[in-house]
Design a protein around this ligand. Structure first.
Ligand SMILES: [Zn+2]
Length: 58
């Protein structure tokens, strides 16, 4: 069980790093409102891996 959890954690961390890299390259562009939570410092890393209530949806 712990092995599965650590594997998922590593995969999630990889996805976070990948999305940050794509964002830095301009391949991922966020078009959500300026008051979206993902613009807060420290939360932008979760912009693509935890896209809840974000993405300009209404
Ligand atoms: Zn957002």
């Amino acid at each position: 069980m712990a092995r599965i959890a650590s594997y998922l954690l590593a995969a999630y961390a990889g996805a976070v790093l990948l999305s940050k890299g794509l964002e830095r390259e301009g391949l991922l562009v966020c078009d959500c409102p300026r008051d979206c939570w993902c613009h807060r410092p420290g939360l932008s890393v979760f912009r693509w891996t935890f896209p809840v209530g974000h993405g300009g949806a209404d």
